[in-house]
Design a protein around this ligand. Structure first.
Ligand code: BG6
Length: 580
């Protein structure tokens, strides 16, 4: 029998997640990021059987109390009820930096898709804020030129696009002008909010003040001014029960020092629970499924340790270079661009101890504990490379040593993983575009069943994050003919083949994350403490690699496999030859 939480069990979940008891404020879920990661890290008990996302939604949403007072509702019903309730609260989604690339290519299309799938509140407005002088009409033209109908049901797409565009508005303002932010605030209250409450929006909205979700799609140079502008000029009407949330995305500084400066500005303007830090890799369907795959299946859960696992690879390959954004890229390099955030996040979900529950606070705690068990990285742990054409890209100095490829072995100093190499590898301009995790199990103790030529093969659990989301388990078997050869084969779950309908409509990572931030589900967001620790882990290596004179990267041909394969790196590590 399934164990749906009883009201009292749910209440205790709610208490653990610090859901405020007035049911109005949904924002106090996560323990403060500054809490010591080693404090009270109880993690041995298995959480309830719901997915983290759905449970956190239940616990985080404003009507959790009504659920507790209505014991007749099943968890599923209550969850749907909660999402429905959230839909009645009007929300203004402000895309700051609305004339930039990120907004056009990711944020605005993601918002349209959410609208198409009825995942946005009934009463919402999307408001672009940027420096460019644009009319709302001109803004709508730019928005529509980037919208696509991903979905199967294309017929209804055009009318939906039109009604989405009617809800898009634009305001031209400077990021560093408090006066502009205040004018913006008045315009939101006196014009946009009034429209939201009018019958144009189907009269389905609650009459309360609108929540304001600010999505910062802006360069780091204007970050601080923007946060202060919002804080002092454009907050939602808190006294009327409305929330303000801010979505921010990397780069979160270049190192610990610059991150701390940024963190101070954020902390001066907003409480931690109002900040939603995105790492879009965490919102990708297969990454969001990793916890369930690992912890929902006895076979994996039981084998997930150093006694059974020999090595783990987390690999990111792109078949194009830094073209078009080399100016930005050269100041950061692949370690800051991919390893310190995307790959580290994936790795921490793969390697964390089971969280006490699927709630955001417990997942944050488990990830943080893992990050503290990781040993800081040094230059000797890395192989760095640069593709041959990189120095002739526009905006790249002729003597740039910025790596476009980096591979390292991470060591985790805890009972579960001691001695197991975790390889992180990322490269641009390689032979293919692919992101995957490969978990290699140890060899069987009785090798007499394995023919000589297969003795170096391992059972592997392969998780392809993109471009073809899939999981595969390789194993050794006999062919069914008279010859009965022993071969290696695999069991696989390819999303496109097994979830034929759902896979046609897979959400983009940004859709999932924006939707979660509106509902107040923090499970897939990154805490301040995780980012601080991530910099502590990578700072020593970055400093050593970039000191004067900097480490010369190995030059590799554009479109090749790069300077080293993950398997070779593992062998090198096993042979104690790293740093040679
Ligand atoms: C971004 C990096 O964070 O992620 C880019 O800055 C990289 O360099 C991109 O290309 C990859 O994201 P995705 O979702 O296309 O794999």
């Amino acid at each position: 029998m399934s164990s749906l939480p009883t009201p009292s069990r749910l209440l205790s979940l709610r208490e653990r997640s610090r859901l405020p008891s007035n049911g109005d404020d949904v924002d106090n879920l996560e323990p403060s990021g500054s809490a010591s990661p080693r404090r009270s890290l109880s993690n041995s008990s298995r959480g309830p059987e719901r997915t983290p996302r759905s449970l956190a939604r239940v616990a985080s949403a404003s009507s959790a109390l009504s659920l507790v007072s209505n014991p007749n509702l099943s968890l599923l019903d209550s969850e749907l009820q909660v999402v429905e309730d959230c839909k009645e609260f009007p929300v203004i989604i402000v895309v700051v930096g609305a004339s930039g690339d990120l907004a056009h290519k990711k944020t605005l299309p993601a918002l349209f898709s959410l609208y198409y799938h009825n995942m946005l509140p009934y009463c919402f407005a999307v408001v672009g804020y940027a420096r460019s002088k644009l009319s709302t009409e001109a803004f709508r033209d730019v928005v529509v030129s980037n919208l696509v109908c991903r979905t199967v049901d294309r017929d209804h797409c055009e009318p939906k696009m039109n009604s989405f565009l009617e809800r898009c508005f634009y305001f031209s303002g400077q990021y560093d002008s408090l006066q502009d932010w205040q004018t913006f605030d008045r315009w939101l209250s006196e014009d946009i909010e009034v429209r939201l409450r009018s019958s144009t929006y189907e009269g389905r909205c609650s009459q309360r003040a609108s929540g304001r979700l600010f999505y910062l799609a802006i360069p780091p140079s204007v970050f601080a001014d923007t946060l202060r502008g919002i804080r002092h000029g454009a907050m939602a009407r808190e006294q009327l029960g409305a929330w303000t949330r801010v979505i921010v995305e990397k780069p979160f500084g270049r190192d610990t020092e610059s991150y701390m400066a940024l963190r101070d500005v954020v902390a001066e303007c907003f409480p931690e629970e109002a900040i939603y830090r995105i790492d879009h890799y965490v919102g990708k369907p297969l990454v969001a499924n990793l916890t369930t795959l690992r912890l929902g299946n006895f076979v994996f859960d039981a084998l997930w340790n150093r006694h059974c696992i020999e090595s783990v690879q987390v690999v990111f390959k792109e078949d194009f270079g830094a073209e078009g954004r080399a100016g930005y890229f050269d100041a950061y390099g692949i370690i800051r661009d991919i390893l310190q955030n995307h790959l580290l996040q994936v790795m921490s979900i793969i390697a964390m101890d089971p969280p006490a529950s699927p709630l955001a606070g417990d997942i944050n705690e488990a990830k943080l504990r893992l990050l503290y068990d990781m040993k800081p990285l040094h230059a000797k742990d890395f192989i760095v490379g640069q593709y041959d054409r990189y120095r002739s890209e526009r905006g790249v100095p002729k003597d740039s040593c910025t790596p476009t490829f980096a591979a390292c072995v991470v060591q985790i100093d805890n009972e579960r993983w001691r001695g197991v190499p975790f390889v992180m590898l990322a490269g641009k301009a390689l032979d293919e575009r692919k992101v995957y995790v490969k978990v290699a199990f140890r060899e069987t103790s009785n090798q007499s069943f394995v023919p000589e030529e297969l003795r170096n093969k391992r059972n592997t659990f392969y998780i392809e994050i993109q471009p073809r989301p899939a999981v595969e388990l390789s194993f050794i078997t006999k062919t069914p003919d008279l010859e009965g050869r022993v071969v290696q084969t695999k069991l696989d779950l390819v999303y496109n083949e097994s979830f034929v309908v759902e896979a046609q409509d897979m959400p983009d990572a940004y859709e999932r994350l924006i939707s979660d931030s509106i509902v107040g589900d923090r499970t897939l967001f990154i805490s301040d403490a995780q980012i601080s620790r991530a910099w502590e882990l990578f700072d020593p290596a970055l400093k050593e690699l970039e000191r004067d004179p900097p480490t010369q990267p190995v030059i590799y041909p554009y479109g090749s496999k790069g300077p080293i394969l993950p398997e070779t790196l593992i062998k090198k590590y096993m042979a104690g030859k790293m740093g040679d």
